[in-house]
Design a protein around this ligand. Sequence first.
Ligand code: ZN
Length: 409
Amino acid sequence: MKHLISFLENSLTPYHAVANAKKFLEEKGFTALDERDNWNLKEGGKYFVTRNGSSLIAFTFHKDGNFKIVASHTDSPCLKLKESPEMKGNFTRLNVETYGGLLHYTFFDRHLRIAGRIVQEENGKLVSKLYSSEESVVIPSLAIHMNREANSQFAPDPQTDLLPLYALGDAALKTEAVARDLYVVSAEKPFINGARGEFLSSPRIDNMTSVCATLHAIANGTNGVCVAAFFDNEEIGSCTWQGAGSDFLKSTLKRISLIQGKTEEEFMQSCASSLLISLDNAHSVHPNHPEKCDPTNQTIMGGGIVIKIHANGAYTSDALTSAAIKTLFENAGVKYQYFFNRSDMKSGSTLGHISFSQVGIPSVDLGLAQLAMHSALETFAHADYAELKKGLSAFYQSEISIQENAVEL
Ligand code: ZN
């Protein structure tokens, strides 16, 4: 829990999440690889590779075995700074655009910071560096006296209402850089709440809980070739060089396979026998709006790991892959439950079905139940986090193999 809380607090952007993951993995004996180098993998070795500094794939190497993959995302909805962001006058405000589907109103009157990466010139080279501002910023609301409709019909306009206040009078952004990928993100501190201390509220519960639990599981002991993939850009559709829609996963798996001495055909055989867990949070029944939930599948915080199913393929789970995971969890004493959307509501989606287009691996969609997804402060029941770590460890330690119409456990 301690590690999760500091991970949530310090993983302000995907760049920070990957830097924190890297540090954790190195402490656990994983070795960094570069996509541009030859890989010299040793039997039983533990490795990781990053792309763009915002996506990371960790794996354990063995000569034999299929892949056991857990994939999640490192990004969260926020605001992104444009070039020349200073809008000067009596005040300096920052010109931003929205990144992903954030709940706009939750970013008002909130502790925010500027973070991401900057590219600076150093010894004749352009070098990318992590950045997080010392100064905090806020987006002040308009007082109720000046906006009498605020409680009934306020729809914030991103270009006018969501601009963070940066300074009294003129001020320039403090970063010296050739170029920047900087975001305005929630800097609220995580805190425990509830009568029994059962809840944890924090920014980025979607999806740092998945990232952190996967890191612990892969470091906790594995069997065969285990893979933990953390992708940037899920919140904007995954179609970037480092997103789940890219070849990052496929090319990493293929390299592992080639180094195992397998042929192209054997690689395809491996993929077809493997299992991918697409890990992203799900919606808990909302205490004030239980009617938003499916009538017979009431997903609830504290109810354990959620298996997500969708008739139209927004989630990748099917009867065979969910039976596999259900049995694995039952054998390991891990609590689980189901999530279905109400039939009259549009589903969100996850990176599972996007990675299908790159690499065809049977898959199941899992996650934790939470409230206020995409808010600047989200909430979940932290007992579920322990279940997730246990469930993922059981998966990584299993000998699961998927066949055409059967699963071997
Ligand atoms: Zn998510």
